[in-house]
Write a protein that binds this ligand. Structure first.
Ligand code: HEC
Length: 390
């Protein structure tokens, strides 16, 4: 087969590199599998790839056979190397509602398809049409927000430009105190945006993180974050140049509870003191230990590790000695930050020790400043239900 695999692989490691579509020479590839694009593969891509791989999105379209077929070898490679879909959390350490990783069955179906000649499947099917529903690019997933805030006006991202982050401070426009229950970013032109993290500007408390695969941040039912009247919001957006220059604006949608919710979220921030990794030093370890003074339920984690970070492990040790692994990011990819939303909020009694261990590599000639930090969406455990009179 004459694939320009070398060129394509090089593209995936260079920040901001452009993707070169591989040459398509596949007319004589023997088909040795019954797994076909129009059926099994398109359905997997719909669940795990269309968040980013559609027309007008951050990377090339994989929605039709015509689009996807030339990438079959690259897809196999990305999946074997666990680079796609981008998700750094190790399976089994914490269970996350926004888990993007492929299941063992999905991996084996895709590999069987790619190795078996990557067939289309349905005779006479139009190979230039998606065989499954392709979700529209933008739109408010929970209906019209209660408030919409304009965030980044006239942002320009040059083609092929490297990663950069920009911080915008914006007025929420709230005329009175409100209880936030969910938020979503509408990134406008998605092609140049990797993530956005939203904070309350005055306190610095984390409110939520938008990524292409996790656009809506909802608090668990019955929990709210109180935003004061006239609150200002800080929005950090990670940009990366793609094939074409991108410009446009983003909007932030806020959803409020009508009434005061039973539980008020409390800010919980775990961070190490700033430290320096000497030039050339690798596997430098930073450990933090935080003892919870009150019982806490954690519903989401937002790790910020900074340049040079390789991994982080977060573990809770309860007063009775039970160890609860919360998160392990291995082969951490700073270009794909994500929040981690627990499938079931995790309740930690008072006296629980939360221990985080991060490792850094500094391969540059200059000393590196590092400071791993972890924001937690936390709230008091629910009160036990009042006992009913017999
Ligand atoms: C969160 C967004 C996102 C998701 C989800 C995602 N990708 Fe990607 N993918 C990208 C981006 C962006 C690139 C371009 C390279 C880069 O910037 O890392 C890319 C690149 C690729 C490449 C080309 C790599 C190369 O340079 O040869 C392949 C193949 C690929 N993705 C396959 C997949 C498959 C298959 C899935 C689903 C199983 C998937 N991706 C899910 C964002 C995503």
């Amino acid at each position: 087969m004459r694939w320009v695999t070398g060129v394509v692989l090089a593209g995936s490691v260079v920040a901001g590199a452009l993707l070169l579509k591989p040459e398509t020479v596949y007319t004589h590839t023997p088909i040795t599998t019954s797994i076909v694009f129009q059926k099994e593969i398109a359905r997997i891509f719909q669940r795990k790839c269309f968040q980013c791989h559609t027309d007008g999105n951050i990377s090339m379209s994989l929605t039709t056979y015509k689009d996807a077929r030339p990438w079959a070898v690259a897809i196999k490679e990305e999946i074997l190397e666990r680079r796609m879909p981008p998700w750094s959390a190790v399976n089994g350490y914490g269970h996350f509602a926004n888990d993007m990783s492929l299941t063992a069955r999905e991996v084996s179906l895709i590999l069987a398809w790619a190795d078996g000649g990557a067939p289309s499947g349905v005779l006479l099917a139009d190979e230039s049409k998606p065989p499954v529903f392709v979700p529209p690019l933008n739109g408010w997933e929970q209906g019209t927000p209660d408030a919409v805030v304009n965030v980044a006006k006239d942002q320009k991202v040059a083609a092929g430009s490297p990663d950069r982050t920009a911080r915008f401070e914006v007025a929420s426009g709230l005329d009175r105190s409100r209880w936030l229950r969910a938020l979503q970013l509408n990134p406008g032109d998605r092609r140049g945006i990797r993530y956005a993290a939203i904070y309350e500007a005055a306190s610095g408390r984390w409110l939520g993180t938008w990524t292409p695969s996790n656009p809506v941040n909802s608090l668990p039912a019955g929990v709210g974050i109180q935003l004061p009247a006239k609150a200002r919001l800080a929005v950090e957006i990670g940009y990366r140049g793609t094939e074409e220059p991108v410009s446009g604006a983003a909007e932030l949608g806020l959803y409020f509870s009508e009434k005061r919710p039973p539980q008020a979220a409390m800010p919980l921030e775990i961070s190490a003191p700033p430290f320096t990794v000497a030039a050339g030093k690798t596997r430098e370890k930073v450990r933090t230990e935080t003892v919870l003074k009150t019982a806490t339920t954690a519903s989401a984690l937002w790790p910020r590790l900074g340049a040079g970070a390789k991994s982080i492990e977060v573990t809770a040790i309860k007063p009775d000695g039970v160890v609860e692994p919360l998160l392990w990011l291995k082969n951490y990819r700073p270009d794909w930050p994500s929040s981690y939303v627990f499938r079931e909020p995790v309740t930690l009694p008072a006296g629980t020790r939360v221990i985080s261990t991060a490792y850094y590599d500094n391969v540059t000639d200059a000393a590196l400043q590092a400071r791993p930090a972890l924001s937690v969406t936390a709230f008091p455990p629910s009160r036990p239900p009042a006992t009913l009179a017999p």
